[in-house]
Design a protein around this ligand. Structure first.
Ligand code: 5GP
Length: 193
């Protein structure tokens, strides 16, 4: 069992409605030492790939992406969720359905920060139905950039996102894959990796 899995068992809380709450170490309060371990592991799994940029989506992907980026020595670009007055010029836009908030968002990246010369590693905290990833993949495609891989902290393996993304041929690496969880007993089972 890796450190992230151990931490999920220790501090993760299974909520009704198929939500794993990990806000004490991953996506509200953030354990940077753990993120650093995760960064090291992603660097090992994507070793040798010509990655020159990390792409994530606000808000909870940003912290992880920044620490991972230090291991690759590359910048992070995050897709913004609402049109802000600070965004100017041409933009790539994709529509994403939010798993946790049950609403549709547009995610936006300025064309200044992604183009056909880029080799991208996509990073996010969770993979469930794969909507967030599909949006990010669409943005990379619009830019004509290359996806070198996808790194996820926690994949809920019983939801369809992981299979769908792997079937598209991407190297998808999830540090913890939850195979089963039960909010009534609190039980969490990981896939052996
Ligand atoms: P997807 O688009 O793959 O269905 O869901 C991915 C996004 O939904 C992630 O970026 C994450 O913010 C959120 N998410 C999905 N499942 C969970 C969950 O069980 N717990 C938490 N905290 N976030 C989740």
């Amino acid at each position: 069992m890796n450190r992230l899995e151990e931490r999920i068992l220790k501090d993760g809380v299974v909520k009704e409605g198929n939500v794993l709450k990990v806000d004490s170490f991953l996506n509200h309060q953030m354990d940077i030492d753990l993120f650093n371990e995760m960064g090291k592991e992603f660097k090992r799994r994507f070793d040798g790939k010509p990655i020159n940029k990390i792409l994530t989506v606000e808000a909870s992907g940003i912290g992880i992406a920044c620490i991972v980026a230090q291991h690759f020595g590359v910048p992070v670009v995050f897709a913004k969720k609402a049109k802000s007055i600070n965004l100017d010029g041409k933009m790539y836009v994709a529509e994403v359905e939010s798993f946790t908030h049950k609403c549709k968002n547009q995610i936006i990246v300025s064309q200044k920060f992604l183009n056909e010369t880029d080799h991208v590693l996509i990073i996010d905290d969770f993979l469930a139905n794969g909507c967030a990833l599909q949006g990010l993949l669409q943005i990379v495609q619009s830019a004509g950039a290359t996806v070198e891989g996808i790194g996820i902290a926690i994949e809920k393996g019983y939801q369809p996102g992981g299979k769908m993304i792997r079937n598209l041929g991407y190297q998808l690496e999830s540090l913890a894959i939850v195979e089963e969880m039960d909010w009534q007993t609190g039980k969490i089972v990981f896939k052996e990796q």
